[in-house]
Design a binder for this molecule. Structure first.
Ligand code: FES
Ligand code: FES
Length: 153
């Protein structure tokens, strides 16, 4: 049965097996390849998207579970928090290989939307499940603080 959802602000009707992981729908059916496949078992964060504003792992979220929800991917991020995060990422040269970074940006944006002035501990807790094999963690933390300062200022 087709599933109706809002994707990056636009209603979409998707005719696929409801047991299909959302990540597959985004990448293979809709061509939104900014969301990455890392582990497939909710352990790395590369596939992070927002479901009604909350970060979720799209590799372990199924199409049948997102009927009527609002999904945002890296391609649709446009809140002030998202813009501040993306600007800080660029200014501080956060990415190395880049593979994990859309997931990192999705998690960081959700954090700032919920907690506009996060502490180091807030950042560590929110970003804990987002793995970076290039170990860009220190730059990620600096960039989140920089984005929070920019939003505040
Ligand atoms: S691919 Fe989804 S958490 Fe790793
Ligand atoms: S920048 Fe390479 S895995 Fe994070």
């Amino acid at each position: 049965m087709p599933v109706t959802l809002t994707l990056n602000g636009k209603e979409q009707v998707i005719d696929a097996d409801p047991d299909t992981p959302l990540l597959w729908v985004l990448r293979d059916t809709l061509g939104l390849t900014g969301t990455k496949f890392g582990c497939g078992v909710a352990q790395c964060g590369a596939c992070t998207v927002h479901l009604d504003g909350t970060p979720v792992r799209s590799c372990q979220t199924y199409l049948g579970d997102v009927e009527g929800t609002s999904i945002t991917t890296i391609e649709g991020l446009e809140s002030p928090a998202a813009k501040a995060i993306q600007a800080a990422w660029t200014e501080l040269d956060v990415p190395q290989c880049g593979y994990c970074q859309s997931g990192q940006i999705m998690a960081a944006t959700a954090l700032l939307m919920e907690t506009p002035k996060p502490t180091d501990a807030d950042i560590e807790a929110a970003m804990d499940g987002n793995v970076c094999r290039c170990a860009t963690y220190a730059r990620i933390k600096t960039a989140i603080h920089a984005a929070a300062d920019k939003l505040e200022g």
